[in-house]
Structure formats: C-alpha cells, structure tokens
Design a protein around this ligand. Structure first.
Ligand SMILES: Nc1nc2c(ncn2[C@@H]2O[C@H](COP(=O)(O)OP(=O)(O)OP(=O)(O)O)[C@@H](O)[C@H]2O)c(=O)[nH]1
Ligand SMILES: [Mg+2]
Length: 358
C-alpha cells in the first residue's frame, strides 16, 4: 500500500472523516490551501476531494470523505467512506492513517463514529474542533485523557481561526506507521461468530475481510449484506441470517451494538468531559418556571383568574367613567347645536354609537 502512495508521488494517504458540520471542509482547506482536486468516485456520484499537505519536505495526500454519523452504510453513497478506508477504491491506495474531525460541543455523538473508526486497524489523529465554542459553553475536556482512553492522538483545534494547526500537522506527519488504537470489544460473541463465518467464507475463495463480514452480520439489509450475498451466494446468506437471528435474541444486533457503544462512550466521557450548567438569563429562568408541571398549571390558573377579574370587576369604574363621558358629550352637543337632523346624527348616532362600542 505504501508503495502505491509513493508511486503517486505522496509519502502517505490520509482519510479525513467526521460527522456533518464539524468543520471538516474548513480544516481541510486550512491544511491543504489551494493544493486541492475534485473528481468523482468511480460508479457513484459522490465528489472526491483530495488535497496535498506539504510539511518538512514531505507530501501527504488528504482525502476528504463525505460527512457521516456512522459507518453502518445503507446506501452505495454511504459505502464510499468505508470503501476508501478499506482500500477498495480502484485508483486510491488504502489510507495509512485517519484524520477524524469531531465537534467539541458534541463529543458524545461524535465519538460514536470515532469508536467505529477505531475498528479499522488504522492509526487515528482526532482533531477536536470548535474548541472556542466549547469554552464559551463552559465545556471542559481533558484532551490527554481522551487520547489515552481511545488510543488515538488528540489535538484540540479551532479550524476557522487556524488555532493549533501546527500541532495537528505534526501529528499527521507522525501518524502513518504508528500504532492503531486497540479495537473496542463491544459484542464479543458476535465478533467470534463473525470471525468463524469469515474464515469459512475465505476458504471458499471470497475476498471479503473479517470487518466486512461482521458488518454484514450486524447491519441488516445494508450494503455490506448485499456484498456478502454477492460474494458467498444464497447458502452463506442463509447461514448469516440464521446466525443473526440466533445472536440477536429478539432484539437487533445493530441496536445491541449501538447500546454497547454508547455505554462505552458514557463511561469514557465521565472522566474526560465536564459540562458546567450554563448561567441562565432571567428570561430562561422564567421559561423554566412557567414550564414546570405543577407550578406552571398554578400560574396558568392565577393568570386566567386575574384576566377574568379584570374584565368583569376591575373594569366597572372605568366603564362608568366612559358612560358618564359619552352622556356628558352628548348633552353638550345636543344643547350647543340647533335641533334637527345633524343634531340627531351626532348625538344619537356618532356619540352614542362610539360610546357603546368603547
Ligand atoms: N466557531 C467555530 N466555527 C467553526 C470552526 N470550524 C468551522 N466552523 C464553522 O462551522 C461551519 C461548518 O463548517 P464546515 O467546514 O462547512 O463543516 P463540514 O464538516 O465540512 O460540513 P459538511 O460538509 O456540511 O458536513 C462553518 O460556518 C465554519 O465557518 C471552529 O473551530 N470554530
Ligand atoms: Mg464540508
């Protein structure tokens, strides 16, 4: 693989991946500047952005993958990221490392993908971006601990201002060839079943990897399952489905895996992230108060009672005043004008009419 990258004039290929809207493009542009190319992946209409990061006389080829929340692909478009990461794209050697981009204000959700990437056997540099926003929101993250728990190099950055990008460049330069993270063991029984199925499939001449067989087993009707069927035929597929039913015991393997993954992330974050309650503005406090179930209902009854009281009791003196004013004005006009049609119109029509409406 390394020789393929060297052949293309690069020292290494690095895949850039992260959840949507985490600042991947901003970071990619900051790292590669104008040295970028856009093309399509073969067979799908997904754009392929590549760029060159030059540092200390070395050239790293960065491949920007489409934003993804998870690696469980349900469509060929989503499969592009996995294909690149597994080295299944014709004219692109398998990346030697991954640059994962995460949003510091949303680590819990972002780590879902990062822990999936940790299953691919590639070294990972995790750029925790938007650390400026995290600071504003009083979110405190122990980056060193996060790195050691995940087994990856963590670099906090602000892509939009370029903060800490030098450190990130150095980490990227050191990543190819370094130790990949230890694979998190989420569902050991499923791992073992997938491994034995993969070994038999391999012996029958299939080129699918163990990772792909495990994905086929877990992600019902996903792209991996279709590829598994294509490679192993109906008999292996029947075996896969039977195995899945047996292992899932009434639930779904995907749901079991997601739960195990979030349990792992929650335990990890307990030690790594501290979120201070934001200082509430007065209007937020009022909002909280009025939305509390019991207090909110009591306040509602009190407000409605006050409105009722205001309409039917407290308004009486004001209404009397308006009555007196209209009567006085009517008397004044009727005595000031000579009797006749105009007098009647003004006194009985305009003044009495407007008075009764008011
Ligand atoms: N405050 C802050 N904003 C940032 C930072 N990095 C990126 N942004 C902003 O976040 C928004 C999204 O950034 P993009 O680079 O488009 O994110 P992306 O991950 O490529 O988004 P998709 O391609 O849509 O998945 C933009 O408005 C950026 O200016 C950062 O470190 N801090
Ligand atoms: Mg983008």
């Amino acid at each position: 693989m390394a020789s393929a990258a060297a052949h293309a004039g690069y020292d290494a290929v690095i895949a850039v991946i992260g959840n949507p809207n985490t600042g991947k493009s901003t970071l990619f542009n900051a790292l590669t500047g104008l040295r970028q190319k856009t093309a399509n992946y073969p067979g799908v209409t997904v754009e392929r952005h590549t760029g060159v990061l030059q540092i200390d006389g070395r050239r790293l080829n960065l491949v920007d993958l489409p934003g993804a929340y998870s690696l469980a692909a349900q469509s060929p478009d989503e499969m592009v990221a996995i294909d690149v990461l597994l080295g299944h794209v014709e004219d692109l050697p398998r990346p030697q490392a991954i640059l994962a981009v995460a949003d510091a204000t949303n680590l819990r959700r972002n780590l879902f993908l990062v822990t999936q990437l940790a299953e691919l056997g590639l070294p990972i540099v995790l750029a925790v971006n938007m650390t400026d926003l995290a600071e504003q929101q009083n979110i405190r993250i122990d980056y060193e601990k996060l790195g050691s728990r995940l087994g990856v190099t963590v670099v906090p950055v602000v892509a939009s201002s370029g903060k800490n990008l030098d450190r990130l460049r150095e980490a990227l330069l050191a990543a190819p060839g370094s130790e990949p993270p230890r694979r998190p063991r989420l569902l050991p029984t499923v791992d073992e079943a997938a491994r034995s199925l993969w070994q038999r499939l391999r012996d029958s001449g299939s080129h699918l990897t163990e990772y792909e067989v495990e994905r086929a087993l877990i992600d019902t009707q996903g792209v991996a399952e279709r590829r598994f069927e294509f490679s192993g035929g109906p008999e292996f597929l029947a075996e896969l489905v039977e195995l899945r039913t047996r292992l899932s015991a009434g639930s779904s393997l995907a749901a079991m895996e997601a739960k195990a993954r979030y349990d792992l992330i929650n335990t990890l974050l307990e030690d790594v992230e501290q979120r201070e309650e934001r200082k509430l503005k007065p209007v937020d406090r009022l909002d909280r108060l009025t939305n509390a179930p019991l207090l909110g209902s009591i306040l509602f009854v009190l407000v409605m009672g006050t409105v009722f009281q205001a309409v039917f009791s407290w308004s009486a003196p004001l209404m009397d005043l308006i009555d007196q004013a209209t009567a006085g004005l009517g008397h004044f006009v009727s005595t000031s004008l000579p009797p006749g049609a105009l007098n009647d119109l003004l006194v009985d029509g305009v003044i009495a009419g407007v008075g009764s409406v008011v």
